[in-house]
Every structure is written in C-alpha cells, then in structure tokens.
Design a protein around this ligand. Structure first.
Ligand code: SF4
Length: 136
C-alpha cells in the first residue's frame, strides 16, 4: 500500500496576450498527449476560477503543477487562492533561461523557436510529474 498519488493535475495559465502563455498551453498539451498521458490530467484554469467544483476538488485532493507564461503567475496564485498550494510551479521564462533558450516574442504561429521552447517546457513538466509521483 502506498500513499503516493496516482495522477498530477497540470494547470496552465490562459494568457493569449503574452507569448509565454501560448507556450505554456502547448507544452501542457504535449505532456498530456505524448510525454505522460497516463500520469496527468489537465485542469481548465478559467473554469477553475469560475467555480468549477470538480476542478477545485481535484486540486485540493491531488498534487498540481501550475505552468505560467510570465512572472504574474496567474495559474499558481489562482490555484493557491481557490484550492491548495501547487506541488510545483513552473514559469516559461525561467525554464527558457535555465535551458539557454531565447525568450519567445512571437504572438502568433509556432516556428522552430517556439516549438523548441514548448518542448523544453513540456520536458520540465514531465520531470516535475515524475518527481511528485516518485518515478525512477
Ligand atoms: S501568467 Fe502571464 S501570460 Fe499567463 S495569464 Fe497571467 S499575465 Fe497572462
């Protein structure tokens, strides 16, 4: 018997006006579809804020990782305020800095730089999920 959680909720910010917000969402999708499809679920931030009971209950019961497009940290602050402190909080710009990647400035379309950035963020999310779930 183990107390380890089976799944992690990932909550992306929903910024459209800042390029990092798009990268955060694309990265979360990548994790959900390709990198850790059975170990995570996504939680819709707007519904969460609007009062989605299931979303809030999930975030209260299971560990969450928030992924924010900029230092305003809307997903992290919203999750903590409305439910519980996230187990992990990631910010796109910090990940790109850490990986030596250029900041993303394009608001529309995903070119090679944006795809690399989304991949880097997705890998960091996957690593955070592994750490929380205690994977090897
Ligand atoms: S964290 Fe930044 S990019 Fe994301 S919703 Fe908030 S202001 Fe927009």
């Amino acid at each position: 018997m183990t107390d380890k959680p089976m799944k992690v909720g990932i909550i992306s910010c929903s910024g459209e006006a800042i390029p990092g917000g798009t990268i955060a969402r694309v990265a979360c999708r990548k994790v959900l579809d390709d990198l850790r499809p059975t170990q995570c679920v996504t939680i819709c931030l707007p519904l969460f804020i609007a009062g989605g009971e299931e979303e809030r209950m999930f975030a209260n019961t299971y560990p969450t990782i928030t992924v924010d497009g900029c230092e305003k940290r809307c997903a992290a602050l919203g999750t903590e305020k409305l439910s519980a402190r996230p187990a992990g909080t990631l910010i796109v710009a910090e990940i790109l800095r850490k990986r030596g990647l250029c900041p993303i400035t394009k608001l529309r379309g995903l070119g090679a730089e944006e795809k690399d950035a989304a991949q880097a963020v997705a890998e960091e999310i996957a690593a955070a999920i592994d750490e929380i779930l205690g994977a090897e």
